[in-house]
Ligand binder design. Structure first.
Ligand code: NIG
Ligand code: FE
Length: 408
């Protein structure tokens, strides 16, 4: 039980609680928020602050806004090297898929990452996490998938786990062994899936290095049968699943994932109505990745209207990686999700908070300002929460608090 000495009252603020309900953004104006230890203990109108908090330490916020800590629910931010040369090639007319088929793309980053030691991977990771944190991110999902061999996949996941302590952020890890076919398995995709399921996943599960399992289901990734084998193996290890699906073509990965109770299906530019309906029935989250859409100059947009009509929760994420979305900025994603995909600022912010929490299975812990949840929140120098999606550049982040501790 927290005592008053660990109780802190944040007052003279406005809350965008992001709780679903009648009030847009879950707004409470002229509010207070009380933290006891690592948890939110009370939220409400300032004038209704219970007397028992009168002697706790108070911080006045001069009318600033508080939102839940932002959540980046899909990243690949443990990697070595960079791929600006591929950007140069794409600007000269070569496609992302062509570069991948010629051994570049994901495999270029695999070569660099296999050659990097744990410490240098950690330094790069911490720099990218710091960029996210400066802009209000408190929870980040990080995938493996640039190792594609046992040692490097484990190294990536360890780096991701270790980054949690140093960054003060909540890190969730995902095993993405089925991200691409490594060169040594060329022409033997089924053998590689055997290796992922029989030799890598059991070690990852035994060492508790991953919180979920992901597959790149795509014509330049893995087919439906191969994807299903990985999903089934994950289920055997009692790990939840998610997918990269319908990014470059409609393969039916989303519907397959829905059958396995996937937490989310991510990308989704080519998702059709039957895929949307499958996702709606399964309760999975649609994670949209506007950075990759923008950077690859895609033209096919995800089916936002159908997702809305079917009540599928929409999350947004940075997909931070060196090839298709080299952006460590959730503020930029908020803006891009609105301009490129037609989300409203409120939908975008829900996508970076409440719905992103659900995409990670963390909805009971984070994602809204609610009593009992982890005290992860951001104080912003804005006049209204819509401003978070409506501008980019001057960083309005005033404080970032995670588990009750002020990180920034
Ligand atoms: O989410 N689509 C597959 N994986 C990443 C791209 C990784 C890369 O190009 O390095 C993505 O876009
Ligand atoms: Fe991705």
């Amino acid at each position: 039980m927290a005592t008053l000495s660990t109780t802190r009252v944040w007052r003279n603020c406005n809350l965008a609680t992001m709780q679903a309900g009648d009030e847009p953004y879950g707004i409470v104006e002229d509010a207070a928020l009380v933290v006891e230890g690592e948890r939110i203990a009370w939220t409400g109108l300032r004038v209704e602050l219970p007397e028992r908090y009168a002697s706790a330490s108070h911080e006045g916020l001069a009318g600033r806004w508080i939102t839940p800590g932002l959540i980046d629910c899909h990243t690949h931010l443990v990697y070595a090297g960079q791929r600006a040369d591929e950007f140069e090639q794409r600007q000269q007319g070569r496609s992302y898929a062509d570069i991948a088929r010629a051994g570049g793309g994901i495999l270029a980053t695999v070569r660099a990452t296999r050659g990097a030691d744990e410490d240098s991977l950690l330094q790069g990771t911490l720099a990218r996490l710091a960029a996210l944190r400066r802009e209000g991110v408190t929870t980040v999902e990080i995938k493996s998938g640039y190792g594609l061999d046992l040692a490097t996949e484990l190294r990536m996941l360890r780096v991701a786990r270790n980054a949690a302590g140093t960054s003060g952020m909540h890190i969730v890890t995902t095993f993405l062994g089925a991200h691409a076919l490594p060169e040594e398995y060329r022409g033997r995709a089924d053998d590689y899936i055997d290796f992922v399921c029989d030799e890598v996943l059991p070690v990852v599960a035994h060492e508790r290095l991953a919180d979920a399992v992901d597959v790149f289901c795509e014509n330049i990734g893995f087919g439906l049968q191969q994807t299903e084998r990985v999903l089934a193996a994950a289920r055997d290890h009692r790990l939840p699943v998610k997918l990269h699906a319908e990014q470059l073509s409609n393969m039916g990965g989303t519907a397959l994932g829905a059958r396995y109770g996937a937490l989310s299906a991510d990308h989704l530019e080519y998702l059709d109505v039957s895929g949307v309906e499958a996702l709606a029935r399964s309760g999975g989250v649609a994670v949209l990745l506007p950075g990759a859409f923008y950077f690859l100059r895609e033209t096919q947009r995800p089916p936002v209207a159908a997702l809305r009509e079917n009540g599928v929760p929409i999350a947004i994420a940075s997909d931070c990686n060196p090839g298709s979305s080299p952006f460590a900025s959730m503020q930029l994603m908020l803006n891009m999700a609105c301009v490129l995909f037609g989300l409203t600022p409120e939908e975008a912010l829900a996508g970076a908070t409440r719905n992103a929490a659900q995409a990670l299975g963390l909805e009971a812990e984070v994602g809204t300002l609610a009593v009992g949840k982890r005290a992860d929140f951001v104080v912003w120098n804005v006049e209204h929460p819509a401003q978070l999606a409506a501008q980019f550049g001057p960083n309005p982040c005033y404080r970032v608090v995670a588990r009750g501790d002020t990180l920034i």
